[in-house]
Design a protein around this ligand. Structure first.
Ligand code: IN0
Length: 413
C-alpha cells in the first residue's frame, strides 16, 4: 500500500486501497486446491497484480478460460521478448505454440523471474487448458496460432510505417480482443462483438504500453526492442534511441505527443465496444484496463520523464479506477476527465496540437452526448475541501490520543 505521505496527499486513495488489499486477501483464499489450477491462479496473481483481481470477479467457467488464455499469451510473449534466444530457435516455437498447448509434456525454458517459473511449469497450464470446454479451447487455439505467426513475422521485420505499427499491435493485442470476444460469446453471456471493435480495444491498450515503456524497451539487454514506428520518430530524430538524450528533449516530447495522438484514434471504437457489453463482471473486466490506459496516456503526454524513467499511475489512483469503474456512465466520466487533463497539457506550439485537440474534443463530445456526466466525482479536480477535512480528522484523532494518554496518567497519580 502507498506510504502515509502519499495517502495524506491523496486522502481519496485510502478507502479504495483498503478495499483492494481486502480483495487481494480474499482472492488468495479462493485459489483452487487442484495443483495445476492452483499453479495457474497463483501465477496469474504474480504476473498481473491488480488485473488478476479483475479476472477473479468473473463467473467460474469464463474466469478459468480467461486465466488460461492470459497465461498462454504471457508465455508466448516471454518467448517473443527473450532477446537471448536465437531467431532460428525462436521462430519455430512461436509458429507451433498453438500445438504445444495441447501437449501436457511440452515446455521450453526461457525468460526470467516469474516468467521463467511459468515457462518451466507450462505443463500445468496445458493440463488446465485441456479441461476447458471445446468452445473455449478452439478460440484460444485460433488466436494463439495467428498471434504466434504474426510475432514470428515481426522477429525479422522492423516497425517502419504506421501501418506496420497497427499490424504489429493487431498480432500482439488486437487478436487478444478478438479472442476475448469469442470467449465471452462462448460463455453465452454476450453477443459476438465485431472484429474491428475488438481489435481497436486491444490496440488502444498496447499502444499505451508501447509509449509508456519506451525507456525499458530501448534499454533492453542484449538488444533494444523498438516498437515506435520510424514513420513517426524519423520526423524528430535520426535514431530511435536519440530520444532519450537530454539534448533532444524538445523533439522527444513532440514525438511522444504524436504517439499519444495516434493512440487517441482508437478511443471512439473502444467506447462503442464497451457500451455493447451487457454482463456487469465482463464490463468491468474490459473497462478497467481501458480507463487505466487513458489515465496513463494523460500522465505520459508532454512528459519528458517517459524518456528518463517509469511514468505510471500511482497505486492509489489505480485502486480508485478499480473501485469506481462499474457502469458505462463511469467510463464516460473517466474518459471525459482524462481528456480534460490531456487538453490542459497541450502546448499550442506543438506540431500536432490541432490534431490532438480535435481528437480530444471528439472524445469529450461523445462523453457529453452520452448524458452521463452529471453527479459524479472527478478524477482530475482535487477536492481541497475533502483534503482539509481529512487533515482535521487526523488532527482530531491525534489530539484525542494525547488527551486520553494525559488523563490516564493524571488519574494514576
Ligand atoms: C489483456 C487486456 C484486456 C483486458 C480486457 C479486455 C481486453 C480487450 C482487448 C484486448 C485486451 C483486453 O488487459 C490487460 C491488462 C493488464 O494486464 N494490466 C497489467 C498492468 C500493466 O501495466 O501491465 C496489470 O498487471 O494489471 C493487458 O494489458 N493485456 C491483456 C493480456 C491478456 C488478456 Cl486475456 C487481456 C495485454 C495486452 C498486450 C494489452 C493485450
Amino acid at each position: 500500500m502507498g506510504s502515509l505521505g502519499a495517502i495524506l496527499k491523496h486522502p481519496d486513495d485510502l478507502y479504495p486501497l483498503l478495499k483492494l488489499k481486502m480483495a487481494a486477501r480474499h482472492a488468495e483464499k479462493q485459489i483452487p486446491s487442484e495443483p495445476h489450477w492452483a499453479f495457474c491462479y497463483s501465477m496469474l496473481h504474480r504476473v498481473s497484480r491488480s488485473f488478476a483481481l479483475v479476472i477473479q470477479q468473473l463467473g467460474t467457467e469464463l474466469r478459468n478460460a480467461v486465466c488460461i488464455f492470459y497465461l498462454i499469451l504471457r508465455a508466448l510473449d516471454t518467448v517473443e521478448d527473450d532477446t537471448s534466444i536465437p531467431t532460428e530457435v525462436k521462430v519455430p516455437i512461436l509458429i507451433a505454440f498453438h500445438r504445444h498447448i495441447y501437449d501436457r509434456n511440452w515446455h521450453f525454458s526461457c525468460g526470467t523471474k516469474d516468467y521463467k517459473v511459468l515457462m518451466d511449469q507450462f505443463h500445468d497450464v496445458s493440463a488446465a487448458f485441456l479441461e476447458l470446454g471445446k468452445g473455449y479451447q478452439e478460440a484460444i487455439e485460433d488466436i494463439t496460432k495467428r498471434m504466434g505467426a504474426g510475432m514470428a513475422k515481426f522477429i525479422c521485420k522492423e516497425v517502419e510505417t504506421i501501418d506496420d505499427y497497427d499490424e504489429y499491435c493487431h498480432y500482439v493485442a488486437g487478436l487478444v480482443g478478438l479472442g476475448l470476444s469469442k470467449l465471452f460469446h462462448a460463455s453465452e453471456l454476450e453477443d459476438l462483438a465485431s472484429d474491428s471493435l475488438s481489435n481497436s480495444t486491444g490496440l488502444f491498450l498496447q499502444k499505451t504500453n508501447i509509449i509508456r515503456d519506451y525507456l525499458e524497451d530501448i534499454n533492453e539487454i542484449p538488444k533494444s526492442r523498438m516498437f515506435w514506428p520510424r514513420e513517426i520518430w524519423s520526423k524528430y530524430v535520426n535514431k530511435l534511441e536519440d530520444l532519450k538524450y537530454d539534448e533532444n528533449s524538445v523533439k522527444a516530447v513532440q514525438c511522444l505527443n504524436e504517439m499519444v495522438t495516434n493512440s487517441l484514434i482508437h478511443v471512439d471504437d473502444c467506447l462503442k465496444y464497451m457500451s455493447a457489453l451487457r454482463e456487469p463482471a465482463i464490463f468491468r473486466f474490459c473497462a478497467i484496463p481501458q480507463v487505466m490506459a487513458i489515465g496513463t496516456l494523460a500522465m505520459c503526454y508532454n512528459n519528458i520523464n517517459v524518456f528518463r524513467g517509469v511514468v505510471k499511475m500511482r497505486r492509489g489512483l489505480t485502486a480508485q479506477v478499480i473501485h469506481r469503474t462499474k457502469t458505462m456512465a463511469d467510463v464516460y466520466g473517466a474518459f471525459f476527465d482524462f481528456s480534460c487533463m490531456l487538453k490542459s497539457k497541450v502546448d499550442k506550439n506543438d506540431p500536432n496540437a490541432t490534431k490532438t485537440l480535435s481528437s480530444l474534443e471528439a472524445v469529450q463530445k461523445t462523453c457529453r452526448e452520452s448524458g452521463a456526466l452529471n453527479k459524479r466525482k472527478s478524477y482530475v479536480l482535487r477536492n481541497e475541501l475533502k483534503y482539509n477535512s481529512v487533515l482535521i480528522v487526523l488532527l482530531f484523532i491525534i489530539l484525542s490520543v494525547i488527551f486520553a494518554y494525559l488523563s490516564a496518567n493524571r488519574s494514576s497519580y
